[in-house]
Design a protein around this ligand. Sequence first.
Ligand code: BES
Ligand code: MG
Ligand code: ZN
Length: 501
Amino acid sequence: MTFEITSNPLDKISSDAVLVFVFAGEDKKSFKPLAGFKYLDKILLGLLSKTAELEKFSGKRGENLLVYSSGKTLSPRVIILGLGKKSEFVGDDLRRAVGSFSRSMKKKLDSVSLTLPTNDEISEETIVIAQLVTEGLLLGGYDFSKYKSKDDKKGRVLEAVIISAKDDDRKEIIGGVERARLYSQATILARDLVNEQSAVATPSYLADLALSIAKKDPGRIKVKILNREDAEKQGMEAFLGVARGSDTPPKFIRLEYIPEKSNKKEKLAIVGKGITFDSGGINVKSGDHMSDMKMDMSGAAIVLSVFSVISKIKPDFPVLGLIAATPNLISGKSIVPGDVVRAMNGKTIEVLNTDAEGRVTMADSLSYAVKEKATKIIDFATLTGACMVALGEEIAGLFSNNRELADQIKKAALGAGENIWELPLEKNYKELNKSSVADIANIPNMRYGGAITAALFLQEFVGNTPWAHLDIAGPAFLTKGSDISEKGGTGYGVRTVLNLL
Ligand code: BES
Ligand code: MG
Ligand code: ZN
């Protein structure tokens, strides 16, 4: 998608359609047009407001209405897009409204022109407004069609965006567009990785991607890949226990970002669950629960995608990215219920259910982060169905042993438009994870509160390091789609981490 900024007015730009915005009326009846609408409505002698009235257009967020301008503007169509009520409006509403426009129009239009809402109309800075609109266009425009051979609109995307703006705003708009491009590029890489079939997106594939990311910036990014034997030497018996059932070689991926000017005090580790396919193992999942389980490496996809752009974000502290990558499969060699493994930090785990494999592999990646003296750890994991029951498909669960870190993550997530809700690390529930033969069991002896007991399990492997766990089982992969994402992988989490960095 190309972006061009011009000082030509909206009626003097040639594109497939002009996009104009309106707020919904507070009283349901009359919507409130923004400047672009008012300008064109005058030129079109009231055609926009008349059509909107006739069609009972309300200005709900994402609602759109197409009007033909019959030669009075260089672009043949005007599309009116609702932003919802002004009294309830937040910046993310703009991203989502434009996202749903982009999602529904990407196969129909090649180019669109628009003026951005101004900072009088919505209370955000121009640079943020430009970022929100651009992210909506880019993220809503994504789809995963590489395996479709017959779709005649395959690959058709919105190609060009022309922004009409005052020369004074040019610099800020370019800044916002560039930031959105970076954020969207990383988000889209994560979507591609999650949507890719597990036969392709294997642990080796993820490891090769890590190597190629480092190759692009060898001064700043270093990668180490541990194979099965290397991991064995590190004492990663928990990770390798899960990996036992598969012929696909497991890989432990360690990425490191080295800042130009190092703030020696801080070292952030980002840990991603990297189960490239979760069959459940010997506790095999039923078919409908298994069909989407290529998505069980969504945490790993976040780590790789963040590292793919980290040199452009330039944090002034070192960052580690850690992924224990393996599928969770079934064979004569698989780990079976009752087996005990020892994690890298020395704690023993009784594997009572092979489908609670994520926490077992992450016991080793979290232990590794502690051993590497990370001063802060954030992990992303599609960990529990229970978190989806609690929060639904669009909200991640946040758990943390550190108030400041949790608040930083919430703020970063808010700016990214990635919904998050904090859940408690209830210490009274710790005993539910007790094992009669090992230090801890990988499933609780209680059906309820499964997202919390899983988080409490992970906590055993971070010691006192400030740590936050995001259970992204819901938002990493949508079964229905949202304003800014088709169904499937969403790249959830990438923009939160980039904001945080
Ligand atoms: N990968 C799943 C969690 C999951 C479920 C992610 C649905 C996305 C959608 C995880 O490995 C798992 O199977 N968890 C079990 C844990 C249980 C056995 C304690 C679960 O949530 O059912
Ligand atoms: Mg599982
Ligand atoms: Zn899993």
